[in-house]
Design a protein around this ligand. Structure first.
Ligand code: ASP
Length: 354
């Protein structure tokens, strides 16, 4: 009998060890997924952009489309980098890099934005200055060519942080921003997309846009930067999520959810299922983990994107940069359009591997 108990105990202990070793290899695997670049020496300046996360796989993109994305990401990051190189501010670099992607129909922001249930584009954007903690944001705008420029105007030239709808548009006119017809934002691709999604919704295959279910992607754009004065900034611009209800506001224009910058910690821009990013206060959470728990940028972004968001049910990614120029481009989806340029090293990637 004693022998049997002894054998049983050895068996149970060995099972426990196996589990523990599986867990630890999972953990280290998760760590390997961390796309964080720790700078050996503090970078003088640096910039990271994203063009959305989601079901982005090599097999889903033709060579010509892949090249088009690479070229646009390169143009956007070089635009911001030039500003930083010349001693310009992180805020300006963020704004101008985002403008390039807003003007491109490849991304879900401004031109090319996904459409709501009424088949219209409703745009959200925000920007934050890590030095002053000043911030500006707009939600549900329909005629502003570059919503990130309006977010900047709200930050710099109003006593508010967030303006929405008509009021935001009136303010844009008062600030002489470029106004376009609502039809300017609508591309054939997004029109076909919304009709297909609505049909799927009728058949109960989809009630709300889910990139993994539909094999699609989020395409919001964002940028984070560190300038030569040691200041951080972050910005995000989006059409939101396809088939959203009229008036729905996601995480992108909400400071702390989709965008956050603080010179003490880091600058973050997110892309993903906005409802979960709102509930997880994702961008601020990353900063708070660094500020209050002393986590590194890598640890904080890993914790939020690979643990807390999946536990909540959310998917997506973030880009982040800290005051030393360490950068992080994390996502829990198949891919994320992203590029970084720090210490003369340019990287442009879309999938997990490259
Ligand atoms: N986060 C955005 C939203 O929910 C969507 C995206 O990232 O593409 O509005």
């Amino acid at each position: 009998m004693k022998k049997i108990i002894l054998l049983l105990s050895i068996f149970i202990i060995s099972l426990g060890c196996e589990n523990a070793s599986q867990n630890s290899s999972k953990k280290s695997k998760q760590k390997n997924n961390t796309e964080t670049l720790q700078q050996e020496k503090k970078a003088e300046f640096g910039i990271v952009i994203h063009g959305g996360a989601g079901f982005i796989k090599k097999s889903n993109l033709s060579d010509s489309l892949e090249n088009a994305y690479r070229a646009k990401l390169k143009e956007a990051i070089l635009t911001g980098n030039k500003i930083l190189e010349n001693g310009g501010s992180a805020v300006e670099a963020v704004q101008r890099s985002i403008n390039i992607m807003e003007d491109s129909p490849l991304f879900n922001s401004a031109k090319g934005a996904v459409l709501n249930h009424e088949e219209k584009a409703e745009l959200d954007a925000s920007i934050m200055d890590g030095k002053t903690l000043n911030a500006g944001a707009v939600a549900g705008v329909t005629i502003i060519k570059n919503p990130i420029n309006l977010a900047f105007e709200v930050m710099e030239n109003s006593e508010h942080v967030l303006l929405s709808g008509k009021g935001a548009e009136n303010f844009a006119k008062a600030r002489n921003l470029e106004i376009v017809e609502p039809s300017y934002f609508i591309t054939d691709k997004q029109l076909q997309n919304i009709k297909r999604i609505k049909k799927q919704a009728e058949n109960k295959q989809a009630t709300f846009y889910n990139s993994d279910i539909n094999g699609e992607k989020f395409g919001t754009v964002g940028c984070v930067a560190l300038d030569k004065n040691g200041n951080l900034a972050a910005g995000t611009s989006t059409g939101g999520m396809a088939n959203k209800k009229f008036g729905r506001i996601g995480d992108s224009p909400i400071i702390g959810a989709g965008t956050y910058a603080n010179n003490k910690t880091c600058a973050v821009s997110g892309t993903g299922w906005g409802e979960y990013y709102l509930r997880g206060v994702v961008a601020y959470d990353i900063s708070a983990l660094m500020e209050y728990k002393g986590l590194s940028l890598a640890e904080a972004t890993n914790e939020v994107i690979h643990k807390k968001q999946p536990e909540l049910g959310g998917n997506g990614g973030i880009i982040a940069i800290d005051k030393n120029g360490n950068i992080s481009t994390e996502f829990n989806t198949a891919g994320m359009f992203r590029a970084s340029l720090v210490n003369d090293s340019l990287s442009i990637k879309m999938f997990k591997e490259n």
